[in-house]
Write a protein that binds this ligand. Sequence first.
Ligand SMILES: CC(=O)[C@@H](O)[C@H](O)COP(=O)(O)O
Ligand SMILES: NCC(=O)COP(=O)(O)O
Length: 248
Amino acid sequence: MTAELSVNLNAVAMLRNRRDLPWPSVTGLGRIALAAGAHGLTVHPRPDERHIRFSDLPAIRALIDAEFPTAEFNIEGYPSTEFLALVAAAKPEQVTLVPDDPSQPTSDHGWDFERQGGFLRPIVERLKEQGARVSLFADADPAAMRAAAATGCDRVELYTGPYGGTYDDPGAAGAEIERLGATADAALELGIGVNAGHDLTVANLPPLIVRIPQLAEVSIGHGLTADALEYGMVETVRRFRRACGQSV
Ligand SMILES: CC(=O)[C@@H](O)[C@H](O)COP(=O)(O)O
Ligand SMILES: NCC(=O)COP(=O)(O)O
C-alpha cells in the first residue's frame, strides 16, 4: 500500500518569479527532491508562464536524463497546440491533461468525459504514440469512468481539491474519500490506473491511501512546498544568523 510521489515544482517556480534572480532554483529543488527519493517531478506550465516557464522544461528533462534516469517527468496542462509542442520537445514519461481555462487561478475540476471524450481521444492516441503514459484529470464520479476509458487513457488523476478543502471537517472528509474511492474502484475495474492530486498533505494522504491501496502516484506541490519552508526554517535562520556574524 504505497503510492509513488511526484513533486510538483510550480510553487517553487512562483517564488522564483518574484525576482529577476535564479533562486529558488526549480531544477535545484527538483534535484533535492529526486535525491531524497521522490519518484518524479511534475510541472504544470500555463500559457502566461506565471510559475513554470517554458524554458524550465528542457532543463528538468536534462536533469532527469543526466542524474536520475529512472525518475519520471510528468507534465500537466490543457492540450493547446502550444502545450502539445512543449510536450513533444520535453518527452515526459507521463502527460496529464487538465481542462484548465487560462484565466483559472488553479485547476478546479476534471474533464467532462461524455462531452469532451471525442476531443480527447485523438490527443491521447498521439501522446501515446510519442511514448508518454497519458493520464486525464477527473472529478470524483464513478459513473464517468466508462467514458474516460473510451478515450484510451492509461490513467486518471483524481482531483482531490474538494477532499483537501475538508481539512477542518472530518465528517465531510469521509464522504469525499468515499467518492474518490468509488471512482478509483470504477477506473480500476475498467483497467485504468489511478493517480491523485491537488491539495494533498501529510495529514490527508494516509486515509486516502488506505481507501485506495492501488493508488499509483500522487503529485504534490502546494502542501509539500509549505512543509519544506516550515521544516527548513530553523536551519535557514541559523545560517543567516551566522552570516550576520552571530555565533550560533
Ligand atoms: C492539475 C493540478 O491539480 C495541478 O497541476 C495544479 O493545477 C498545480 O498547479 P498550481 O499549483 O500552479 O495551481
Ligand atoms: N496534480 C496535482 C499537483 O501536481 C499538485 O497540486 P498541489 O499539491 O499543488 O495542490
